[in-house]
Structure formats: structure tokens, C-alpha cells
Design a protein around this ligand. Structure first.
Ligand code: URA
Length: 440
């Protein structure tokens, strides 16, 4: 038996905690034996002193083991159980297209996703813009869908990593969210509960990222790859740019429509495509569904062109209570926002900088995200047809379309967006989409 305050003091003073000490603290977080002030103090001690890979592994596994794990043994799946996670950004609907692609290539994807966090969108909020889609099936239904269709994207149940749930809520109000050790163990405790054999991580870098700084993102990627791989889950990561929305839209139903366009081949936005291809290739190779990246590339393009990936998405939506013909119905399924109008450039020049955090917060203010956790979302609102960084913009040309629930919301978003957009006389070097790959 340990005294929590003594362990917190040790961490505060820069010492490493043992696996047993970490397990004791995590069980105290789950049971309530550690009070909120102790949990916050522990989080702050970790924030300032970081943790070794060994400590991060112990924290991850203890938080994973605070709840249930999925086991796939009884399902005798004919392929690997795999998943992808992103640290979150704008216009990032990669999960909606990557999971069906991987399923069509022979993988099984039990994707437990989150809701919007701060300025970033969340896959579950996006899926809820599809009328009838049930994000909380029973665990047995979830696993059967993964077996039958190859994928299911759902919200976390309260049985998954409850220690992380409490720790995260306390981090959120104690300025300790952006700690390398805490982000790593929080994300991996949940992902490792899915019983995966392989995982790919998309770590966003830039003005719209959870951690904007590239060096920190690189450290996070290495840490996550080490911790997950040590836990038996082959993991690779890519660092991708979040200095502008990944696809040219942000908002819940707008992003689902973009994903449908991508899967059906109507449009294939280049930045989105590059990230999807990089992640899908890594996952297919890591999980041994393909021998190398070139074979994976051919297979991915084949399931996109044949419509197999789109078909998997349609089947998942229908099986979870959405319309049976979502892809055929297309955009007519989604109600439009009452006010849709362009924001026009006030002067000409190169679009050089977008403050993605501010852009994300303008979507939240339009009603597309939450300021309080119990808020309902307006799935219709958002931003579309974003011009890209590096483009020359003429005066009075549209920069972006604003989808608002009323005129006053439109005006407020327009004022906020003007502050987030920089147009200059000289062009800058356009950042690449994929900065770096970190393989296991
Ligand atoms: N997402 C999580 O689940 N946890 C974090 O700490 C950060 C992002």
C-alpha cells in the first residue's frame, strides 16, 4: 500500500515511478480513492517532469486494464484487427474513408472514435449527421458488425478505460491536456482496448493541431510507436500538416458528404487523398495484408475504383440504423443550412496563413461543435470550398462558403474568419501534406 501524496511528491521531484506505483495510482483514479485535487496534482507533476517510455507503458496498460478489452478469439476472423487514430484537426474525415478501404482490403476495423474536442471536429459527431445512425450499439452488436462488414465506427462505451475518462476530464480543467506522456497513454489505453494487432497514428502538426510544435509531435509519435509496439500492437505514425483544413470543408454533414464524394470517386481532394493513401499503405503493410507499399497502393486504388470501399461504408451505415441507400441518395439526404453565402476577399494577394484554431472555433460558434459537453450540435453548419494556402486570390473572389443557421451567425463567423485569414503580396512556401513517417 502506498500513500498517493508520497507518489505525487516523487513524481513532482523528477523521480520515475515503478509499474506497481503507477498501477496503484490508476486504480485510485478509477475507484475514487484519489480525490480530484490529487489527480490534478499528479497530472501537473507528469506535465512538468514527463515520463520514461517504461512509465508511459505502465500508465497506458493500467488505464487500459481499468476497463474492458475486446477479444476477437471466438470470432475466428480471417484477417487482422487494425485501426487508425488521429490527434484531431479540421476537415479531417480520414476515418470515414480509411476504415471502409481497409475493410475492403481484408482488414477488420473496430473503430471507437471520439466527439469534437475544443476546436477540432469528431468522427462521432459527423456520423450523427446521418439520420438514424446509432453510435452506441451493444458490444456484441459492434463485434458482430465488424465480423460481418469488416468495420464499425462507434462511440466509446463507459466500460472502455474508465480511469482515462476521469483523468482526461480533470486534465481538461487543469491545463494538463498537452502533456506528451498523458496524451500518449490516454489515446493508447483506449486503442489497445480494441484488441488490435496493428495501429496507424496520424499526428497533426500546425496551427490547428492539439500540439502545434513539430518537435513535440515527433517526440509524441516516437513515444506512441514504442509504447504500442511494446504492448504487442505493431504501430506506425505519420506527421501531417494541419495549417489548413485537410479537405476543403469543416462541419459535420459537410464532411460526411466530402467522404461520400471521395468513396464514390466524385471528387478526390489531393491533400485528403495523400493522407488516406499514406495511412492505408502503412496499415496494410504493417498488418501483412500487403507485402509492400506499392502492392498496398494498387489494392487501395482497386477497392476505391470498384466501389467496394463505398459499399462497405453503405453497409455499415445501414446496419447501424442509417438509410440503406445513403450513397445513392447522396447529398439530398442532408438538410442544408438556412444561410449559405461566400466570404469575399477584401484585397488581392496570396493566401499565406490560416489560423486553424480560430477557424475551428468559428465552426463551434456557428453551432457545429460544443462549448459545454451537454450542448446539441447543428449538423448543417460549417465552412466549405476553402481556398488553399499558396493560391492567388483576386479581390471579391470567394475565400470560403459559410453555412450558418441565420444571418447573425453568418456575420459573426465572417468577422472571426477575416481575423484568421492572412492574404499577402508575396507567396510563402506551401507546407507539404505529409511531413514524416515513423515506422515501428
Ligand atoms: N485525445 C485523447 O483521447 N486523449 C488525449 O489526451 C488527447 C486527445
Amino acid at each position: 500500500m502506498y500513500l498517493p501524496q508520497e507518489l505525487i511528491r516523487r513524481k513532482r521531484d523528477g523521480y520515475a515511478l515503478s509499474d506497481e506505483e503507477i498501477a496503484f495510482l490508476v486504480s485510485g483514479i478509477s475507484s475514487g480513492r484519489l480525490v480530484d485535487s490529487q489527480v490534478a496534482a499528479l497530472a501537473m507533476a507528469i506535465y512538468f517532469n514527463d515520463m520514461s517510455v517504461q512509465e508511459c507503458s505502465a500508465l497506458t496498460l493500467a488505464m487500459r486494464d481499468s476497463g474492458e478489452h475486446l477479444s476477437w478469439q471466438e470470432f475466428s476472423l480471417p484477417g487482422p484487427v487494425v485501426d487508425k487514430h488521429s490527434t484531431g484537426g479540421l476537415g479531417d474525415m480520414v476515418s470515414l474513408v480509411l476504415a471502409p478501404i481497409i475493410a475492403a482490403c481484408g482488414g477488420f476495423v473496430p473503430m471507437v472514435s471520439g466527439r469534437g474536442l475544443g476546436h477540432t471536429g469528431g468522427t462521432i459527431d459527423k456520423l450523427e449527421s446521418i439520420a438514424g445512425y446509432n453510435v452506441t450499439p451493444s458490444q456484441s452488436q459492434f463485434q458482430h458488425l465488424v465480423k460481418e462488414i469488416g468495420l464499425a465506427i462507434v462511440a466509446p462505451s463507459s466500460d472502455i478505460a474508465p480511469a482515462d475518462k476521469r483523468l482526461y476530464a480533470i486534465r481538461d480543467i487543469s491545463a494538463t491536456v498537452d502533456s506528451l506522456a498523458l496524451v500518449c497513454s490516454s489515446i493508447l489505453s483506449k486503442k489497445l482496448s480494441e484488441g488490435l494487432s496493428s495501429l496507424v497514428m496520424d499526428i497533426k502538426v500546425g496551427s490547428g493541431a492539439l500540439m502545434p510544435n513539430r518537435d513535440l509531435c515527433e517526440q509524441l509519435a516516437h513515444r506512441m510507436v514504442s509504447v504500442a509496439s511494446e504492448a504487442g500492437c505493431t504501430t506506425s505514425a505519420i506527421l501531417t500538416d494541419m495549417n489548413q483544413p485537410l479537405a476543403p470543408c469543416c462541419g459535420n454533414s459537410l464532411e460526411v458528404m466530402e467522404a461520400m464524394d471521395y468513396l464514390t470517386g466524385h471528387t478526390q481532394h489531393s491533400r485528403l487523398h495523400q493522407v488516406v493513401m499514406a495511412l492505408a499503405q502503412m496499415l496494410l503493410v504493417d498488418s501483412k495484408l500487403c507485402d509492400n507499399a506499392e502492392q498496398a497502393r494498387v489494392k487501395i486504388l482497386q477497392v476505391l475504383e470498384s466501389g467496394e470501399a463505398a459499399e462497405r461504408f453503405n453497409r455499415m451505415v445501414a446496419a447501424l440504423g442509417g438509410p440503406r441507400d445513403l450513397l445513392e441518395q447522396g447529398k439530398s439526404h442532408f438538410p442544408k443550412a438556412p444561410v449559405i453565402a461566400p466570404l469575399l476577399a477584401e484585397h488581392a494577394g496570396y493566401l499565406n496563413h490560416l489560423d486553424c484554431r480560430e477557424i475551428g472555433m468559428s465552426v463551434v460558434a456557428l453551432g457545429g461543435g460544443r462549448i459545454h459537453s451537454d450542448q446539441t450540435i447543428d449538423h448543417r453548419v460549417g465552412l466549405s470550398r476553402w481556398r488553399q494556402i499558396g493560391e492567388y486570390i483576386h479581390v471579391d473572389e470567394p475565400l470560403v462558403m459559410i453555412h450558418a443557421s441565420d444571418q447573425s451567425g453568418w456575420q459573426k463567423a465572417a468577422r472571426r474568419l477575416r481575423r484568421a485569414i492572412s492574404i499577402d503580396a508575396d507567396p510563402i512556401a506551401v507546407p507539404p501534406v505529409v511531413y514524416q513517417q515513423i515506422v515501428s
